[in-house]
Design a protein around this ligand. Structure first.
Ligand code: ARG
Length: 559
């Protein structure tokens, strides 16, 4: 932000040779104090052995006052800043002209891998998958907008004991017709039947499943072909969901991709003295960090989730040389990630590893992401969203397509407007409300400003009025300042891995716009006020659409 640079250079001028990169300028808590404030003089009192007020005065004196109309020192040493009209007009024009709505390209030349959605193959996606897909999808878009080279990697659960059960079930629990028209629903069905039989007393079925699994692991051509078929069908089905949700992956490297690398990982751990034997298993002790003990090779010689994720880091570093890897999963996996991040650091990996854990989504207090039980299918939830929003839009002459944009947007926005770390109790009425903090409210605000702009293009401009050249009013200024915050909101959302920061910003911006619109007249204003206000409206429309796009939500021009 240019303002921050101005303040920093005033600090540097007042106190040469010091590092002031920590200095921040934040919006004023109350408009009566000005537009922005800087509170960092207080942090320097001890270091400089000076009263914070004196530090603030020195900084104020060193300020090159191009940006500010008024600079005041308040309280113990706050700098209250009121921006000047010229600076504001120039900044708004610069933001309007900037590409990507002024989002800084701070990721240029850097790669980030985002590991998200990652469902288990051969099962239908359910409501428990929505958050990883939607939060990961938004982070994907936000990091791309910041100029990062993003690798969206779907770490499918495509390996494990379930495939023995599936292969046996496929051969013996499905009809020929079901086999010919194999779908994920059929796979799920044969899994349930086969798993039930595997629980039978005599253990014959269970042994047969085990035998199929061993054959698969040993590379038996027929079983491998079946396994491949199950994975392909699963990805095809997942992609149908991803298309509805506006999410796209660059690669689907599931757990199986890392199989061959696991013995090498364990070898490295042994060589580095990080792993040790314990009751027949191989473990890495992390008790000193309060992370318990992580098994990296089970007593039966098999590898596990930790080994697989370590192999995965090795492979991603080798293939993409990423600056960081972001994993989006539910918060029950916190310990797993803390453990393997710690082991990876001990192994010498310097890539930044970030876990973005999210809380459960429930429906009227009922958990909808449990290990067992009847999970609501993602497909059904999305259809329900479209059906419900169709009821709303059809009264306004809206069609199916609009219902999809609004219904899916409503579900996504509900997820994204909550801090990922918190749990969500999903409520249809709230999600679809046309007022309040909802997706439809923002989409509607966008459509309304679009229709205002269309009207303006058709109605003649007002005649110039000399008395109208007075300074922009408080509402104009408030809206302009709010719009200038957009690039910063995108940066903060990325830094915190919280799309909710961007959602909050958009909601707040829509509210500021709404009070601007209610308290000023746009179309009926004389020139040049009318044009100036229309420019603000157009910038609001552009920023709102861009912000929604970064959340993966569509912004139709008409509702
Ligand atoms: N398949 C896992 C699950 O369904 C999520 C995988 C997350 N990614 C990872 N590299 N561990 O819970």
């Amino acid at each position: 932000m240019k303002l921050e640079d101005t303040i920093r250079s005033a600090f540097e001028k007042a106190f040469p040779g010091e590092d002031f990169s920590f200095v921040r300028v934040v919006p004023a808590t109350d408009a009566k104090f000005g537009d922005y404030q800087c509170n960092d003089a207080l942090k320097l009192a001890k270091k400089f052995g000076m009263k914070p007020r004196d530090i603030a005065s020195k900084v104020a004196a060193a300020l090159d006052n191009e940006c500010f109309e008024k600079v005041e020192i308040a309280g113990p040493g706050f700098l209250n800043l009121t921006v000047g009209e010229k600076w504001l007009a120039q900044s708004v024009a610069a933001l309007d002209a900037a590409s990507e709505c002024g989002i800084p390209q701070q990721g240029a030349g850097k790669t980030v891998v985002i590991d998200y959605s990652s469902p288990n193959a051969a099962k239908q996606m359910h409501i428990g998958h929505i958050r990883s897909t939607v939060i990961g999808g938004a982070l994907d878009r936000i990091f791309r907008a910041l100029g990062y080279n993003v690798v969206a990697d779907n770490h499918l659960g495509d390996w494990g004991t379930q495939f023995g059960i599936l292969i046996k079930g496929y051969r013996e629990c499905l009809t020929q017709e079901e086999r010919d028209n194999l779908s994920v629903a059929n796979l799920e069905k044969c899994y349930v039947l086969s798993a039930a039989k595997a629980k039978e007393e005599d253990g014959e079925w269970k042994d047969a499943c085990k035998a199929e699994l061993v054959k698969l692991q040993q590379g038996d051509a027929e079983n491998l072909a079946l396994w491949k078929k199950f994975i392909d069908i699963s990805i095809c089905e997942f992609e149908r969901m991803y298309a509805k949700l506006g999410v796209k992956f660059d690669t689907y490297r599931g757990e199986s991709y890392y199989n061959a690398m696991m013995p090498g990982v364990v070898e490295k751990l042994l060589k580095a003295g990080l792993a040790e034997e314990s009751e027949g298993a191989l473990v890495v002790k992390l008790e000193e960090e309060n992370l318990g003990v992580a098994i990296v090779r089970k007593s039966d010689g098999g590898y596990n989730y930790t080994t697989s994720d370590l192999a995965c880091v090795e492979s991603r570093v080798a293939d993409y040389n990423p600056e960081r890897i972001i994993y989006v999963t539910d918060d029950r996996q916190k310990l797993h990630f803390a453990q393997f991040f710690s082991i990876a650091a001990k192994m010498g990996y310097t890539v930044k590893l970030v876990h973005v854990p999210f809380g459960l989504m429930s429906f009227k207090g009922k958990a909808i992401s449990t290990r067992e039980g009847n999970l609501i299918k993602l497909d059904d939830l999305l259809s329900e969203a479209v059906r419900r929003s169709y009821e709303i839009v059809k009264e306004r002459g809206g069609d199916e397509h609009l219902a999809e944009q609004i219904g899916i947007g409503a579900v996504k926005y509900t997820d994204l407007s909550h801090d990922p770390a918190t749990a969500i109790d999903f409520d249809w009425d709230k999600a679809l409300a046309l007022d309040g903090n909802s997706g439809p409210y923002l989409q509607y605000a966008h459509a309304r400003v679009c229709s205002l702009l269309a009207k303006a293009a058709q109605s003649p401009a007002g005649s110039p009025d000399d008395s109208a050249t007075e300074a922009p009013g408080a509402f104009d200024k408030r809206l302009a300042l709010q719009l200038l915050e957009f690039p910063g909101a995108v940066v903060r959302a990325a830094e915190a891995y919280k799309p909710s920061i961007l959602a909050d910003y958009l909601y707040q911006t829509a509210q500021v716009y709404s009070s601007f619109y209610q308290n000023t007249s746009v179309l009926k204003s004389p020139e040049p006020v009318r044009s100036r206000r229309l420019a603000l409206c157009a910038l609001f429309a552009k920023i709102l659409a861009k912000g929604l796009d970064l959340l993966g939500i569509e912004a139709p021009e008409r509702i």
